[in-house]
Write a protein that binds this ligand. Structure first.
Ligand SMILES: Nc1nc2c(ncn2[C@@H]2O[C@H](COP(=O)(O)OP(=O)(O)OP(=O)(O)O)[C@@H](O)[C@H]2O)c(=O)[nH]1
Ligand SMILES: [Mg+2]
Length: 212
């Protein structure tokens, strides 16, 4: 299931980088220009310089070892590399299950508009319906109306929302929420955060602080 979705996802990425990866892998040869272009596309796609270079290197080695020379033959290897990289992340693709009388903390992180707040609200709603004691935390203190948006979900689900005013420290909201969740014996703390690109350094730093 996860792999199928990932494969579809990768397929989607291929399509969006039209004239990009898909064109590259439908080319004729894996000459120096091919490898340069692959590196360029990966870095341009925000894969990160180190990881991009590692991918290119590993793919080159595999191609050599297996005696593959056409881009088409390399595509499945490339996909496999991406999949194994992602599935090495602990709990990747695993369902989140709550335990009665135990606190589970869930942090929603993702690029802008990817559905964090909506999913946080829906989960809080569903888990409340399932009889769990849930708490929402409005750690998106960045975008105007983000706190209200979560509050609406909280009202709908009958779930308490821990929030401070807009512009306050997101890590402080998380700290407050964690205290409140522990004090009240909550079973799920669902934390909504501000949308961010992984390439925005200061916002990633903020995540690190929340985690601590
Ligand atoms: N079709 C569809 N739309 C969704 C889904 N989840 C969210 N949306 C819509 O996508 C838009 C963005 O959703 P949000 O939940 O606000 O996304 P977000 O990640 O919190 O956005 P930011 O806080 O701005 O980063 C809204 O218009 C939602 O109604 C979904 O599962 N399906
Ligand atoms: Mg949001």
């Amino acid at each position: 299931m996860f792999f199928r979705r990932l494969r579809e996802g990768l397929h989607g990425v291929r399509q969006r980088w039209s004239g990009g990866l898909s064109a590259l892998f439908s080319g004729k040869t894996t000459d120096a220009a091919f490898w340069d272009r692959l590196e360029e596309l990966l870095i341009g796609g925000d894969v990160g310089v180190d990881l991009s270079l590692r991918y290119v290197d590993a793919l080159k080695k595999e191609a050599g070892a297996k005696g593959l020379s056409s881009p088409e033959q390399l595509l499945p290897l490339f996909e496999e590399m991406m999949v194994s990289q992602l599935s090495a992340i602990p709990l990747m693709g695993e369902p989140v299950t709550l335990k009665k009388g135990e606190l589970t903390v869930l942090v929603f992180v993702g690029v802008n508009g990817s559905g964090k707040t909506t999913t946080a609200g829906k989960l809080a709603f569903q888990w409340t319906k399932d009889g769990y004691d849930v708490l929402l935390a409005a750690a998106d203190t960045f975008r105007a109306a983000a706190i209200d948006q979560l509050q609406v979900w909280g009202d709908r689900a009958g779930v308490r929302v821990v929030a401070q005013q807009q512009g306050s420290d997101a890590a402080a909201v998380v700290y407050d929420a964690l205290q409140a969740a522990r004090a009240s014996g909550a079973e799920a703390l669902v934390i909504d955060t501000a949308g961010r690109l992984h390439s925005k350094h200061n916002l990633m730093e903020e995540l690190g602080k929340m985690y601590r």
